[in-house]
Write a protein that binds this ligand. Structure first.
Ligand SMILES: Nc1ncnc2c1ncn2[C@@H]1O[C@H](COP(=O)(O)OP(=O)(O)OP(=O)(O)O)[C@@H](O)[C@H]1O
Ligand SMILES: O=C(O)c1ccc[n+]([C@@H]2O[C@H](COP(=O)([O-])O)[C@@H](O)[C@H]2O)c1
Length: 213
């Protein structure tokens, strides 16, 4: 059996424990030996981040320096156009061949908005979706047609993820972490502590660079 490979895309402005901890637990639950973190360059569905791509990448490097589970993929940083996941996964699929099991990791909030993503249907042609739970977001889709789409692709079987190349959605029983980059940026701006929310090395870098003031 070929090992399932998983890509974890995000804006990471900044990276925090709400990104890292659920995914470490997910990796244990379903047997992922690597998670490839991929910062976007031009987020498709939100304003440009406060930190530059170089600063967000540096923060990711600091966050994963002592975590061998994670490695970094900078491919989206080399594109100046919007970082559409469908394009990235098409390219990754071509590199990995048609039978390699591939997955894209998202949080529950991203799943709810997933049908608004560019060419979203094609994403499942190239990868599975692995979803981490997140507090404050519903588990049901907003529109009935999208709920049917979700139901058609849902699986509870970890074996399915490892044995098929793409096309399944797996909602993992990961714990809730009530942390967001927005909350961290707001707290830092108000001079409030964020010590428990992100790695110390990332926090030090934020202060050194004068970010989020
Ligand atoms: N606390 C969390 N629990 C589970 N998933 C999360 C959490 N925070 C972020 N994610 C997921 O990580 C991915 C990257 O998220 P992103 O970089 O936008 O972080 P964010 O905290 O949501 O940022 P912002 O507050 O700026 O919108 C997304 O798929 C998102 O759903
Ligand atoms: O392709 C799209 O249309 C699309 C729309 C929204 C988000 N994404 C991707 O989903 C990941 C999480 O997005 P975000 O904005 O929550 O950081 C990140 O890799 C984004 O580039 C992709």
């Amino acid at each position: 059996m070929t090992a399932l490979k998983a890509l974890y895309g995000g804006t990471f402005d900044p990276v925090h424990y709400g990104h890292l901890k659920p995914v470490e637990i997910l990796a244990n639950l379903i047997g992922l030996s690597k998670v490839i973190i991929m910062p976007n360059n031009v987020p498709p569905h939100r304003p440009q981040p406060e930190a530059s791509s170089a600063q967000r990448t540096k923060m990711l490097k600091l966050a994963i320096a002592d975590k061998p589970l994670f490695e970094l993929d900078e491919r989206e940083l080399r594109r100046d156009t919007r970082s559409y996941t469908s394009e990235t996964l098409r390219e990754w699929r071509q590199e990995q061949g048609p039978t390699q099991p591939l997955a894209f990791i998202i949080g529950q909030d991203s799943l709810i908005n997933f049908p608004s993503w560019h060419d979203y249907q094609s994403i499942l042609d190239n990868a599975h979706l692995l979803v981490c739970r997140r507090p404050g977001y519903p588990m049901a889709m907003k529109e009935e047609a999208h709920q049917h789409w979700l139901d058609r692709h849902l699986t509870n079987s970890v074996d399915d993820l490892h044995r098929t190349p793409a096309g399944k959605i797996y909602i993992a029983e990961t714990p809730w972490f009530n942390i967001s980059a927005t909350l961290i940026r707001e707290r830092l701006q108000q001079g409030e502590s964020c010590d428990e929310m992100l790695p110390q090395a990332v926090l030090r870098y934020i202060h050194e660079q004068g970010l989020y003031q």
